[in-house]
Design a protein around this ligand. Sequence first.
Ligand code: ZN
Length: 316
Amino acid sequence: MRDNEFTKILGWPGYRVFQHEIDETAMTLRLWVRRKRGNRKLICSGCGRKFTEAHDYYQREVRDLPWRKYQTTVIIELYRVCCPECGVKIEKVPQLPGKAPFSKDFEDAVGLACESASVRQVARQLGLAASTVRAIDLRYLQRWSATRRKEPLKQMGVDEIYFGKHMKFITVVSNLETGEPLWFGQDRKQETLDEFFRTQLTENRRKRIEAACVDMWRPFTTSIEQWAPNCRIVYDKFHVLQHANKAIDEVRRAEFFRKGGRMRGVVKGKRWLLLTRWMNLDSQKRQQLNELFALNRRVMKAYLLKESLERLWTYR
Ligand SMILES: [Zn+2]
């Protein structure tokens, strides 16, 4: 096979193979490539400025996609430019997205493989360390995230997740329409969510947020009120009812201490009855609650309030 045939199959735009080496025992293929004649526009990798003059050049080796069973290495001639902004800097080459010794096509293939197989499997198949595969996958995802179109955020969800003793809490922001998590921040302070608004959304995008579903956690609502002026705040059912149950429990406890003697006996041990919905109680348990309500109207009122609050979500 001649070098121009290698060039065709390799298919790196603007580059041609000028030398190759096939090792049949090691099953490796090495291809030396340089710019095609006429491909002389150099781009500074620091700032994107264009140059026609090169400062100097050197060779770099990267692993590329395999050719059948042959592991393939491309040795590429790279130029450095003398940039007034960045100094002497490597040119930008689309096939070489980073400093790692892999071509973009190779990294994309690894990233794609990681979508449907474990890191360990991919690593074994390609003869790479698991940590290398993980690093490639991360870069692949970062490139994907940087180039994809981001849907406008109209309905946002903000949750806190307890992440164990060391990390404590993290804040998770998600797009409720697409169900996609968008951002994670350490801690659950107002500043945590402030950082999301400041670094992830333009002012225009912030204005377009229509609703936010949040934990009933004051720092989050304060942050949203400040950054997203057109956003209505919605509390999710779980958290509202958590607060309602807590309120009932407080009434129960207050009544327990307020009244002495006989009343204590009736309220005592009824905690779980009071926290259970009426429709989920059998007739015997309902009877017990009715006895309690007959004696104490405050506890009954609290229970009925919570019942009607629950019905808000199923009301038609
Ligand atoms: Zn530059």
